[in-house]
Design a protein around this ligand. Structure first.
Ligand code: TRP
Length: 456
């Protein structure tokens, strides 16, 4: 099957790295990571997270890029191109569904950051910790406002995707990432000089290994690592399919993982010192609202805090958009490549489906009681969504990807793609062993033990 003429190409290696980093860096780093560290008990979680990123995720990230570039298509078609007639395309199919699932709660949180641009600019949240906390509670419970913000965010994502690969995605990420990085550094410097910051740093950096008796912490770290790297659902297969043979996949992958992890770690250096400067702060108590309760307080301690805060939330929103784009791009590229839909029809259909699934998430932080405390589960719908998709669907997608490369396409097959045109690739044999043995075993063990803990 020929590749649809609606496909695009990256302008070069830098464009590829920046766009992929634009996909990776988003709410996962600045909202998800601190939230998960808070739920998972601090530094011990951080340590497991780092092991997951570099031992499990980077090797699978390389698999996805290789599959995409060899297959030259979106996930479903790419698996099918490498092993025609097999059922491996189903892994791509899981990714297409997961893309809609993740996007459906992602746009809700992105909508919160959109609102906080305005709230920060006018100082709407107040400046005492109590006021800021109750402000978030009231805001998140406002049903019409949350639905409006969610739809606006989703519509903006769709509009950018309609512009095509190069124009839409590359330009947006290229301009804004360095700015966001600079602001995070400034905020971290401010946060660690606040009174009480030392407690926050200890919480963040001194592991308490007695916390590690719970397998769900491992599962959360694994899920967060996949989520943050945009891994496990074929986003990187799709992005790899736009990559030219001349570029080295190995070094691109390492750059992207290092950048993504640096930004997540930086966000922790902002949130925890700033959080612990608030008397009585409990990082596990606020759930998905954590950063919206800590950051306004931090801005209130800064000269020109309103402008600073508004700029920060604006950049965070832009970072969220470049990630949301990459989530939407997977199902859209699938419909274009495999079903020969026009880009426009594909975008509108997937956007409408996502909007429907987003509604319960948008109403699950106080607006509707039954969605805020799901009967029998004791958690909110948005957290349920993020748990299903991040902690299970992505690692299972990654597991199947590793098995596909390790045992079906086989390491030599993948290496012929990775080493094409004499590309730089360190330790090819070690990589092959990790993909064949370490990744599958680690993921299966974590998932099975988590399921056992859930049912017992
Ligand atoms: N990685 C992004 C973030 O951290 C979210 C994201 C974009 C994503 N595309 C993805 C997550 C694909 C999983 C799969 O905000």
């Amino acid at each position: 099957m020929a590749v649809s003429s609606d496909r695009g190409m990256w302008s070069g290696r830098l464009g590829f790295i920046l766009a992929t980093a634009g996909s990776a860096v988003g709410l996962g780093n600045i909202w998800g990571f601190p939230t998960q560290v808070g739920q998972g008990g601090g530094a011990a979680f951080v340590l497991i997270y780092l092991v997951c990123v570099f031992l499990i995720c980077v090797p699978i990230q390389i698999c996805e890029f290789a599959i995409g570039r060899r297959g030259q298509r979106a996930p479903v078609g790419a698996f099918d191109a490498i092993r025609p007639g097999s059922r491996w395309w189903l892994v791509g199919g899981l990714g297409v569904i997961t893309g809609v699932g993740i996007l459906s709660f992602y746009v809700v949180v992105a909508g919160w950051t959109l609102a906080y641009i305005w709230f920060a600019a006018v100082g709407a949240a107040g400046d005492t910790p109590k006021a800021i906390e109750s402000f978030f509670g009231r805001f998140a419970a406002n049903a019409p406002l949350n639905l409006f913000l969610t739809i606006v965010t989703l519509a903006m994502t769709a509009a950018i995707i309609l512009g095509g690969v190069r124009n839409g995605i590359e330009r947006a990420s290229r301009a804004l990432m360095p700015l966001l990085f600079g602001l995070l550094v400034l905020l971290a410097i401010r946060a660690v000089t606040l009174p009480g910051a030392a407690d926050g740093l200890a919480y963040y950096l001194k592991p308490d290994f007695s916390r590690l008796t719970n397998i769900r912490v491992f599962n959360a770290a694994l899920g967060q690592a996949f989520f943050s790297l945009s891994l496990g659902m074929g986003t990187l297969i799709t992005y790899g399919s736009y990559l030219s043979k001349r570029e080295s996949i190995g070094s691109s992958a390492l750059w992207i993982a290092a950048l993504d992890t640096t930004i997540a770690l930086l966000a922790g250096f902002v949130i925890f010192p700033a959080g612990f400067s608030i008397p009585g702060f409990d990082p596990s108590a606020s759930g998905p609202g954590l950063i919206f309760q800590v950051l306004p307080r931090l801005f209130a301690t800064l000269p020109g805090g309103q402008l600073f805060g508004a700029t920060f939330f604006l950049l965070l929103f832009m970072a969220a958009l470049t990630s949301a784009i990459s989530l939407l791009e997977v199902p859209v590229a699938h419909l274009i490549d495999e079903h020969r839909w026009s880009r426009r029809k594909a975008v509108l259909t997937i956007t409408a489906a996502t909007a429907l699934l987003a509604v319960p998430s948008a109403l699950s932080n106080g607006a509707v009681g039954a969605l805020t405390q799901l009967p029998g589960l004791g958690l909110d719908f948005l957290t349920l969504m993020s748990t299903i998709w991040n902690n299970f669907s992505l690692p299972i997608g990654g597991l199947l990807t590793a098995i596909f490369v390790g045992y079906i396409w086989r390491v030599e097959g993948a290496l012929s793609e990775l080493l094409a045109e004499h590309a730089w690739f360190p330790y090819p044999r070690l990589w092959g062993r990790i993909v064949r043995y370490v990744c599958p075993v680690a993921i299966v063990v974590i998932i099975l033990f988590t399921i056992r803990a859930l049912v017992s």
